[in-house]
Ligand binder design. Structure first.
Ligand code: AGP
Length: 610
C-alpha cells in the first residue's frame, strides 16, 4: 500500500525523491518522509503528516536537503495513526540506519519486547521501527550482514529501502510479498515500489523476486537471492509514457482515465483480433486442456471482482461450463473445490493485491492452472501465473478504477470468444457478430461519454442523497455492483447494489419517499421484469434514475424520473457501455460534495496488506 522510492546518483536526491513520491502517492497518502545522506549533515530525515505537499512545502521542494543518496516514503497507515513520528523513514536509535517499508512485520511485538529488554527506546507505534533498531543491534561494521540477520529474524511481508550512514555510497533493497523494482540509469540507480516513480528518469527496470536483496550504488546494482547467491535479473523496457501518469489538463486523474476508456479498450482488443478471429498467442492453454476443464474459478477483489461477476454470466452462457467467482480474501477460507482440471482466472489491475496473490497461490497448490488478467507488466501476479493476458490500459493513477475495469471486461470478452470457438459452443454466425460488435464498441463508448453534461446534471439533482440503491438483473446487476462501489468509495454516500428481484425479500423496507434508486435495465430480455421492480420502488416514493439502451428508452421514460440511454449493443457487451454513466455519476457527485476524488479517505490504490 505504501509507496517507496530510493535514489543514488550524482544529482541532488531530495527533489528526485519528492518527484518519485508524487507519482507513487496513490499508493498511500496519510504522511510522507525522506532520508538523505550528505557528508555535512549526515543522515537527515524530514517527515510530515498529511499529503506529500505538506512535506514538499516544509523542505522547499527538496532544496533544503542536500545529498546524492536517499529514500522516500508515502504512507498508508497500518500500525499507528498517521503522524509525523509514525511516518517513514524510521531511524535506528544510533541514527545510523534509516528504513522505509511497505508491508507488515507480523512478529514485531516480540522483537520490540526483545529490543526493549536490551535498553532500546521506541518513539513510534510502527512495526517498521523494530527493523531500524534491529539493524543497529546486529550491526558489526558490515551493513549487509546486519540486513541478512534482520531478514532472518522477521516474519511478514516487506519491501524495504535501507540506508546506513557508515556506507553512504549505497542503498539496500529487500523484498518479500511486497513489490519492488530496480530502475537502472547512467550514473544513478533507483529502487521503487513501482515503475511510475522512475519512468521520468529511466525505462530500464528489473523486478525483484521474493527473498532478493539488492545493493545499489550510483554505478552498479548487485542482486542476491535468499541464499545470498549473486543473481542476474532480466532487464525490461517500460513502454508507458510519462504523460500517461500525468493529468494532461484534467482536474482529476479519474476524469482523465474515464475519458481514456474507448482508446484503452481499443488498444486491448485490436492486436488480438486478426481477420475476424480472436488470436490469443500469449495463451499456452490448448484445446485438450479446455475440453478437460471441469470448471472455472475467478478470483479477484473489489472492482476486479465485479468484472468477475460479469464474467461468470458471460462465460457460463458461452462455454456451458460451471464458473464460480470468489472474493480473493474469502477464497482461502472456504475450502475451495479445485482440481488439476480447474482453470483459475485471476483478475487484478495492479497485479500486486495481496489477497488475490495469496488466493491464487492456494489455487495453484490445489492443482489449478492460473490465467491472469493484469495491467501492470511484470507484477507478481503476472509472473506467478501460467498464462497472462495484459490489459493495455496504461498507468491507472486514480484510486477508483475505471479504465482498468473496462479493459478487464474487454479481455473477458476475448477469452469467452476464444474458448467458445475452441470448445465448439458457439456458432460461427454468433461468433462473427460478437467480434464485429466488439470492434465498434469503442465508438459507442465514446458516444456515452459525450453525454457527460447530461449525467452531470443528474448528479446535481441527486448529490445530496445519503443512501442510493442500484438494482438490476443478470449482467445489469453486476454493473450495478460496480456503480455502487464507485459511488461509495469516492463520494462517501452509502450505497448498495441489489439483484432487483431480491429487493422485496427485505431491503425494500428501506425505500421511502425521496430514496434514490438507480435502475439498470439494458438487458432487453429482462426489461419487463426489471421495470416491475421499478414500479414497486416508485410506488413507495423512490426517485428512479434509469439506465437502458436507446431502443428501450421510450418505454423506460414512461416510468422513471430520469433516464440515461446508451447505444444498443449485444447483451453480452452491455456492461462496457452501462458502466460509463455509473462512473461519471459517481465522479460528478463526488465533485459536487467536495471530495478528494483521486485519493479517497482510508483507501490506497494497491492493496498489499491482508
Ligand atoms: C476500485 O475502484 C478499487 N480501487 C478496488 O476495489 C480495486 O479494484 C481492488 O482493490 C482490486 O485491485 P486490483 O485490481 O489491483 O487487484
Amino acid at each position: 500500500m505504501c509507496g517507496i522510492v530510493g535514489f543514488v546518483g550524482r544529482e541532488e536526491a531530495a527533489p528526485i525523491l519528492l518527484d518519485g513520491l508524487a507519482r507513487l502517492e496513490y499508493r498511500g497518502y496519510d504522511s510522507a518522509g525522506i532520508a538523505v545522506y550528505s557528508p555535512e549533515d549526515g543522515l537527515r530525515v524530514e517527515k510530515a503528516k498529511g499529503r506529500l505537499q505538506v512535506l514538499f512545502d516544509k523542505i522547499h521542494g527538496g532544496a533544503d536537503v542536500k545529498g546524492h543518496l536517499g529514500l522516500g516514503h508515502t504512507r498508508w497507515a497500518t500500525h499507528g495513526e498517521p503522524s509525523d513520528v509514525n511516518a517513514h523513514p524510521q531511524l535506528s536509535e544510533s541514527g545510523r540506519f534509516a528504513v522505509i517499508h511497505n508491508g507488515i512485520i507480523e512478529n514485531y511485538v516480540e522483537i520490540k519486547e526483545f529490543l526493549q529488554e536490551h535498553g532500546v527506546t521506541f518513539v513510534s507505534e510502527t512495526d517498521t521501527e523494530v527493523v531500524a533498531h534491529l539493524l543497529d543491534y546486529y550491526y558489526k561494521d558490515d551493513m549487509m550482514d546486519a540486513v541478512v540477520k534482520v531478514l532472518h529474524r522477521i516474519n511478514g511481508a516487506y519491501a524495504f529501502g535501507i540506508v546506513c550512514a557508515d556506507c553512504p555510497d549505497r542503498l539496500i533493497a529487500a523484498r518479500k510479498d511486497s513489490p519492488l523494482i530496480i530502475g537502472y540509469g547512467d550514473g544513478f540507480n533507483f529502487l521503487a515500489s513501482d515503475v511510475t516513480a522512475v519512468i521520468k528518469y529511466t525505462r530500464e527496470v528489473s523486478y525483484l523476486d521474493d527473498g532478493d536483496i539488492a545493493v545499489l550504488t550510483a554505478d552498479s546494482v548487485e542482486i542476491y537471492d535468499s541464499l545470498l547467491q549473486r543473481v542476474e535479473k532480466a532487464h525490461h523496457q517500460v513502454d508507458w509514457e510519462v504523460s500517461a501518469a500525468e493529468k494532461g489538463g484534467y482536474e482529476h486523474f479519474m476524469a482523465k482515465e474515464i475519458m481514456e476508456q474507448p482508446e484503452a479498450f481499443r488498444k486491448t482488443i485490436s492486436p488480438r483480433i486478426q481477420d475476424g478471429n480472436v488470436v490469443l498467442d500469449d495463451l499456452k492453454i490448448d484445446r485438450a486442456a479446455l475440453e478437460a476443464m471441469d470448471k472455472i474459478y475467478i478470483i479477484a477483489c473489489g472492482s476486479s471482482y465485479h468484472v468477475g461477476v460479469v464474467a461468470k454470466y458471460t462465460l457460463e452462457k458461452m462455454l456451458r461450463k460451471p464458473v464460480e467467482v470468489a472474493l480473493a480474501s474469502e477464497f482461502r477460507y472456504c475450502d475451495p473445490i479445485v482440481s488439476n482440471q480447474t482453470l483459475c482466472i485471476v483478475i487484478s489491475q495492479s497485479g500486486e493485491t495481496i489477497d488475490t496473490l495469496a488466493a491464487m497461490r492456494e489455487a495453484k497448490r490445489l492443482g489449478a492452472r492460473l490465467l491472469s488478467i493484469v495491467n501492470v507488466v511484470g507484477s507478481t501476479i503476472a509472473r506467478e501465473s501460467d498464462d497472462v493476458l495484459y490489459t493495455w490500459a496504461g498507468p491507472e493513477i486514480a484510486v477508483a478504477t475505471t479504465k482498468a475495469y473496462s479493459t478487464q471486461l474487454a479481455v473477458i470478452y476475448l477469452i469467452a470468444l476464444y474458448f467458445a470457438k475452441q470448445l465448439n459452443t458457439i456458432s460461427m454466425e454468433e461468433y462473427d457478430a460478437i467480434v464485429a460488435e466488439l470492434q465498434v464498441l469503442p465508438d459507442k463508448m465514446q458516444q456515452v461519454l459525450e453525454q457527460k453534461e447530461n449525467i452531470q446534471y443528474y448528479a446535481s439533482r441527486y448529490f445530496n442523497h445519503e443512501s442510493i440503491f442500484f438494482i438490476g438483473r443478470n449482467i445489469d446487476y453486476a454493473v450495478g455492483m460496480e456503480g455502487s462501489l464507485k459511488l461509495k468509495e469516492i463520494s462517501y454516500i452509502h450505497s448498495e447494489a441489489y439483484a432487483a428481484g431480491e429487493l422485496k425479500h427485505g431491503t425494500i423496507s428501506l425505500i421511502e419517499p425521496g430514496a434514490l434508486v438507480v435502475a439498470l435495465a439494458g438487458h432487453a430480455a429482462l426489461f419487463e421484469k426489471l421495470m416491475s421492480n421499478v414500479v414497486e420502488v416508485k410506488s413507495r416514493g423512490a426517485d428512479v434514475l434509469g439506465v437502458t439502451v436507446a431502443s428501450l428508452g421510450k418505454a423506460m421514460e414512461k416510468t422513471v424520473d430520469a433516464a440515461v440511454m446508451v447505444p444498443d449493443t449485444l447483451p453480452m457487451l452491455l456492461p462496457s457501455l452501462e458502466v460509463l454513466p455509473m462512473q461519471l455519476f459517481a465522479y460528478y457527485i463526488a465533485l459536487m460534495r467536495g471530495c478528494d476524488i483521486d485519493k479517497p479517505r482510508n483507501l490506497a490504490k494497491s492493496v498489499t496488506v491482508e
